[in-house]
Design a protein. Structure first.
Length: 188
């Protein structure tokens, strides 16, 4: 039997890795909105009835909840405006995640009994409704941006933005732009 020849070894060509190309993007950091929130909370406290403001414990809790609301709402409104103006940067989805975390921060605290006055509780419930709308709007915008890289506003998204903004204006004592529901409640 003839001796076996060693099998030919295949030589692989070493391919040099392609150089990393860095691209420049303009990203604007998400503002903290602390100063704006402080002014808005002061305004909301002034709008409370005198008896409610006299209960300093409840008023303090209400102010802390209002601060959470304004930090979330201001961030959400800022990002929604970026989307409306079509000026979202590549960090848009990450910034929406931060705004959604701020909304969750409010919602988790709202789940607890804050021992507030009925007026304060009613206002917190209105804030919660506004943030539910804002959260749905932001989640929709984030999905659109991640899937298409652009935004398509329709009647429902525009209505959600107007509703959330109207609630925030209402919290500051500004007149509401919402049209009252027309007709008989049994017909709706």
């Amino acid at each position: 039997m003839a001796p076996k020849k060693p099998a030919a070894t295949a030589t692989k060509a070493v391919v040099a890795p392609k150089p990393i190309v860095l691209e420049s993007v303009q990203a604007t950091p998400l503002p903290a909105f602390e100063a704006e929130a402080a002014v808005q909370v002061r305004k909301m406290r002034q709008l409370l009835p005198a008896a409610d403001r006299a209960d300093t414990t409840a008023a303090g809790r209400y102010s802390r909840m209002a601060r959470r609301y304004w930090l979330a709402e201001n961030a959400g409104a800022h990002l929604t405006k970026q989307a409306l103006d079509n000026k979202a940067s590549t960090v848009f989805a990450g910034q929406v995640t931060i705004a959604l975390d701020r909304i969750s921060w409010f919602m988790k605290a709202k789940a607890y009994n804050q021992s507030l006055t009925p007026t304060m509780e009613a206002r917190l419930t209105t804030m919660q409704q506004g943030l539910v709308i804002r959260r749905a709007l932001l989640e929709n915008l984030k999905s659109q941006y991640e899937m298409m890289g652009k935004f398509e506003f329709n009647r429902d998204l525009n209505r959600a933005e107007l509703e959330a903004s109207d609630i925030s204006n209402e919290m500051l004592g500004l007149p509401t732009k919402r049209a009252p529901i027309q007709g008989n409640i049994t017909e709706l």
